[in-house]
Design a protein around this ligand. Structure first.
Ligand code: NAD
Ligand code: MG
Length: 396
């Protein structure tokens, strides 16, 4: 029996995780559910899953939840940052699903890594911000990191055991691997006329052709910043050199990524686009469990196609690849700027095409400083957010 904490329980990944838990009640128990402010969703989850703890980051939400819980539900409600750290690091906890969206996920995810937990990593932003430190800390604490992001999970599944057992420090070339092919659908604007992009709405941007996800990652998919963040995520997970990592557009999302070996073999992981597959894989690794996912029917799949990414259409992807080569300071700045820009776009303050403008302006104006601790990273993140807000002010 694995005792789980689910960070981001009320979100899209949280829901898929709880669906896998429900299908395997003999293997997983919910120790704690963590979310920001959605009281009604959390109330329903507490009634269904009866966790020992429910943590709401928003204090008013925590109070409301406490009042709303029926007396039959013995769940304890917590709300302070110290209580959150205590939850994820508690000795009763085996596994932490890290599925808070954005930089907000860094601190609790990092605490779980430091405590040597089995960490199922969906929160790619944590790795984009702290990659080097994150993997070093996992090595020192003995934490197991398993990639939930569907591409990284696919790559992981196509890797030899020596790589799987040594994430962050593996030597792909020594294992006969020439490169990783990181696939992405290209999102809803893959063929949209470029002149229309400045006027697309948040709802259009969030309408992903294949995946159903939270709004932030949906906008990132439309700009392909998501693929850029995933490029950085792959760099840290698989310890890649720039020539070992290529992005390929594959609009059908049937192949979730590939690994090419020096003998010419290419291994691909395929399936229906349903996050319960990578989540179940991480939860049960190295075994397999039921995920509730429809089996892939090759007679219905039809044609699979592949394209090279166009950086004129997707400038955010290029910014992320360049930032990755610059280092952790640049990727932290880019991640923070992007979160602020996406939020401004979702609120109707800036245009879709301004997201790349704000990101680039922030990358150009930041002063690099060595990041040694998680506190340094958080300070740079805050500074970059302020910078992004000032760039947005100047734009509108
Ligand atoms: P979502 O918006 O559906 O859910 C976000 C969750 O984070 C919610 O539970 C929310 O309460 C919580 N949250 C937000 N701000 C918080 C804060 N300040 N403190 C604590 N909790 C907070 O997002 P999602 O689509 O489930 O994505 C979650 C993470 O997983 C993201 O990092 C995303 O990039 C990654 N991911 C998602 C998918 C997907 O298919 N949805 C796929 C791959 C990776
Ligand atoms: Mg992904």
């Amino acid at each position: 029996m694995q005792n789980m904490v689910i960070l981001g329980a009320t979100g899209s990944i949280g829901a898929s995780t709880l669906s896998v838990v429900t299908q395997n009640p003999d293997k997983y128990a919910v120790y704690a559910l963590v979310a920001n402010a959605s009281v009604d969703k959390m109330l329903g989850l507490c009634e269904t899953h009866q966790p020992v703890f429910a943590h709401m980051v928003d204090q008013q939400a925590a109070l409301k939840l406490k009042r709303a819980l029926p007396s039959s539900c013995k769940t304890i409600v917590t709300s302070t940052p110290e209580e959150l750290t205590a939850l994820v690091t508690h000795s009763d906890v085996d596994t932490v699903m890290a599925a808070i969206v954005g930089a907000a996920g860094l601190v609790p995810t990092f605490a779980a890594v430091k405590a040597g937990k089995r960490v199922l990593l969906a929160n790619k932003e944590a790795l984009v911000m702290s990659g080097e430190l994150f993997m070093q800390t996992a090595k020192a604490s003995g934490a197991t990191i398993l990639p939930v992001d569907s591409e990284h999970n696919a790559i992981f599944q196509c890797m030899p055991q020596a790589v799987q057992n040594n994430l962050g420090f593996c030597d792909m070339a020594a294992e006969g691997i020439s490169h990783i092919l990181l696939t992405g659908s290209g999102g809803p604007f893959l063929t949209t006329d470029l002149s229309i992009l400045p006027s697309v709405t948040p709802d259009q941007a969030c309408k992903h052709p294949n995946w159903s996800m939270g709004r932030k990652i949906s906008v990132d998919s439309a700009s392909m910043m998501n693929k850029g963040l995933e490029y950085i995520e792959a760099r840290w997970l698989f310890n890649t050199m720039p020539e070992q990592l290529k992005v390929v557009i594959h609009p059908q999302s049937v192949i979730h990524s590939m690994v090419q070996y020096k003998d010419g073999s290419v291994l691909a992981q395929m399936g229906n686009p349903d996050m319960r597959t990578p989540i179940a894989h991480c939860m049960s690794y190295p075994q397999r469990i039921l995920a509730g996912v429809e089996p892939l029917d090759f007679f219905k799949v039809g044609e699979l196609s592949f394209l090279e990414p166009d950086f004129d259409r997707f400038p955010c992807l290029k910014l992320a690849i360049d930032a990755c080569q610059q280092g952790q300071e640049a990727t932290t700045v880019l991640n923070a700027a992007n979160e602020i820009a996406v939020d401004a776009f979702l609120q109707g303050i800036i245009k879709f095409t301004d997201i790349a403008v704000v990101n680039e302006q922030c990358l150009v104006s930041f002063n690099p400083s060595a990041l040694k601790t998680i506190e340094d990273i958080i300070a740079l993140d805050s500074e970059a957010r302020r910078l992004a807000l000032s760039k947005i002010k100047a734009l509108v």
